[in-house]
Design a protein around this ligand. Structure first.
Ligand SMILES: N[C@@H](CCC(=O)N[C@@H](CS)C(=O)NCC(=O)O)C(=O)O
Length: 203
């Protein structure tokens, strides 16, 4: 199994998941320029990470990859438990992280791709940051009195964690959200998370 990623990007979610699975895999860091060049485009037509290659089977789109890893390795309980309720709850928060939180960050990271004027870019970035905070407030409320988004630890927790690293980088203040901060600390203390970060040259 090969995982194609960019250090600290959303592919870190899959990297953490593979560490939780605990089976051998290879992490391939794709350079920014290589993303849009033919060899990688043959794997990922959007020129985006994550992508996996599992014995010749290539797959893109983060949720599809995470579901693939979960189905292939049921013993790792990557969907937060065995019950339908636990798995559905993990999928709910996975979708929220991927389709809502992540895509709003894409407007912050990619403001210059979407708007040409500097003033417009900074307005987009400011408003998207506020929107991210509103989404985090929903997650903070859900996490009250619980350790994980679903019944047990799941790939949704890894996704939330990766976006919270972006919050730090983009100075999005979550100091008024104690449950979210506790979740971030819980994930930071996880040996598999630390191993994935170290392998990507991060801390
Ligand atoms: N819908 C895709 C989005 C993936 C995505 O946005 N990847 C980003 C990194 S977090 C990327 O590769 N960006 C490079 C680019 O688009 O140029 C998924 O869920 O996998």
């Amino acid at each position: 199994m090969k995982l194609y990623g960019l250090p600290g990007a959303c592919s870190l979610v899959d990297h953490i998941a593979l560490q939780w699975v605990g089976k051998p895999f290879e992490y391939v860091a794709v350079g920014r320029d290589a993303l849009k060049q033919a060899p990688f485009l043959a794997v990922s037509p959007m020129g985006a990470v994550p992508a996996i290659d599992d014995a010749g089977f290539t797959l893109t789109q983060n949720c599809a990859i995470l579901e693939y890893l979960a189905e292939k390795n049921p013993e790792a309980k990557l969907l937060g438990g065995e019950s339908l309720k636990a798995r559905s709850e993990a999928r709910r928060w996975l979708a929220f992280c991927n389709s809502d939180i992540h895509k709003t960050y894409s407007m912050i990271f990619g403001a210059a791709r979407l708007v040409s004027e500097a003033a417009g870019q900074s307005e987009l970035s400011k408003n998207a940051s506020q929107r991210v905070r509103e989404m985090y407030a929903i997650v903070d409320k859900h996490l009250a009195g619980r350790d994980w988004l679903s019944e047990g630890r799941s790939v949704a927790d890894a996704y939330l964690y990766v976006t919270l690293r972006w919050a730090n980088a983009k100075k999005i203040d979550i100091s008024d959200m104690p449950n979210l901060q506790a979740h971030y600390n819980r994930m930071s203390a996880d040996a598999s998370v630390q191993a994935a970060l170290a392998a990507e040259g991060l801390k």
